[in-house]
Every structure is written in C-alpha cells, then in structure tokens.
Design a protein around this ligand. Structure first.
Ligand code: BEZ
Length: 231
C-alpha cells in the first residue's frame, strides 16, 4: 500500500511524464511569442497581434520546391492581405542568403517577395514551434504552416515533408473556413468552398435534437444539418 508521501511523489512523476509527452503546440492555445531577425528587420510575433498570421517554414533557400512555393506564396499575398492575414516565412539560413534568394526570384520570375522571412540560424523559432523533424532532417525545417489568430491562438497547423510543395488554394480555403466559422458560429464540411452551404452545430441535448428537424435547415438527419449563409 502507498504511504501518502510516496503517493504524492508518484503523482508528480506521472505529471512530469505527461508534460514531457505534451506536444509543443496545441490547437486553440496561445502560441509563444518570439523576436527574430528577418529580411524586414527585427520583428516580434506579437507585433502582429490583431491580424491573422501564417507562419510558415521552408527547408532551405535556393532549393527548387521552396522556390516554387515562395513564388506561389507571393502570388496569394494580395488575397491574404484582403483577409487581414500576414505571411511570415522562416528557414535556417542567414539573412544574406534570404536576400540573395529573394533577389534571384525577382530576377528569374519577376516576383517581389512581400513578406518578412526569418533567418533562424540558431533554430530558436524552429525549435519553439517544433519545425525540426529529425526523420526528415536534423538541420532543415520541414514545410510547416501555422495559422495564428488575432489573439495569438493557434488555430490550425499543417506539416508537409521536404519533397512535397504546399497547395496555396488549400491555405486560402483554410483561412476562409476559419474566418467563416468564427463569424457565423458554424462548421464547414469536407471540400467546402466559400459560397457553399455550411454545417449548423449539432444539437447538444436530447430536447434540442427533437426539434432540430423542424428548424428549417437542410438536414440529412438531426446531427447533420446545413444552411446557406447570407450573401
Ligand atoms: C526543395 O525545396 O526542393 C528541397 C529542399 C530540401 C530538401 C529537398 C528538396
């Protein structure tokens, strides 16, 4: 049988073990603030409070997939700005490497990179956000996308490996889905696109379930009802 003291020590050890297993970042929790050197000078993540932020990492400057992604991120930047979203890039390269690569992108593609790119040489931000996945690389960040809301809460995260470029339309769609869900207190179904019907939150009580089918929604059953949003 446990003595009280032993029980306390055992509980503390169990708690520590759970803390060790805790992922670095969890959805709907505050993200850690940081200060970093970027191609736009020193920034703090909290400088962007009040805006949505897409913090994304790329494995390395002057690499082919990353170059196509940078061009593609720059091309959706106008749409993101309309949605109050700030892009911030990151890789474990120097600011001089970033500047040289950005200049090369301008030369070869005629595209100006409009967002700051973090030079994370000491991997401070990459480690803080869990961007290093040793199974992929111990020296380069994987392709992460962190969607951070105006209150600095993490709202979505996507991880891609080194050899697969990200889909910009999906990133835009995700921003639209999150902003629509917040504004209208709804959820969005699989493959939802702006303009499509949205999902009404399912009833949480037996009583609410009883009346759900009489509320004028388009329902498959009481737990799956959709509605149109005002245009
Ligand atoms: C690329 O962006 O092409 C790339 C970067 C790191 C490893 C493999 C490919």
């Amino acid at each position: 049988m446990f003595l009280k003291h032993e029980q306390k020590v055992w509980k503390m050890e169990e708690k520590e073990k759970l803390e060790e297993k805790k992922p670095l970042l969890r959805l709907n929790e505050a993200v850690p603030d940081f200060e970093a050197v970027t191609t736009h000078g020193k920034i703090k993540l909290s400088d962007f409070k009040g805006k949505w932020v897409i913090l994304f990492s790329h494995p390395a400057d002057f690499t082919p997939v990353c170059t196509t992604e940078f061009v593609a991120f720059a091309k959706i930047n106008g749409e993101l700005v309309k949605r109050n979203v700030q892009l911030i890039g990151l890789s474990i390269d120097s600011v001089y490497s970033h500047i040289a690569w950005i200049r090369k992108i301008k030369e070869k593609f005629g595209i100006t990179i409009p967002f700051p790119v973090i030079a994370d040489l000491d991997m401070k931000v990459a480690n803080l956000f869990g961007m290093i996945h040793p199974g992929e690389s111990t020296t380069a960040a994987v392709r992460c996308v962190f969607v951070i809301d105006p209150e600095m809460k993490l709202r979505a995260m996507i991880y891609y490996p080194l050899n697969a470029g990200r889909n910009m339309q999906e990133i835009l769609r995700l921003i639209d889905a999150l902003q629509t869900a917040d504004k209208h207190k709804v959820a969005t179904p699989a493959n939802w696109r702006p303009g499509d019907d949205v999902i009404v939150p399912p009833p949480a009580t037996q009583k609410a379930a009883e009346i759900r089918l009489q509320e004028g929604y388009e329902c498959v059953d009481w737990f799956l009802c959709k509605k149109k949003l005002p245009t």
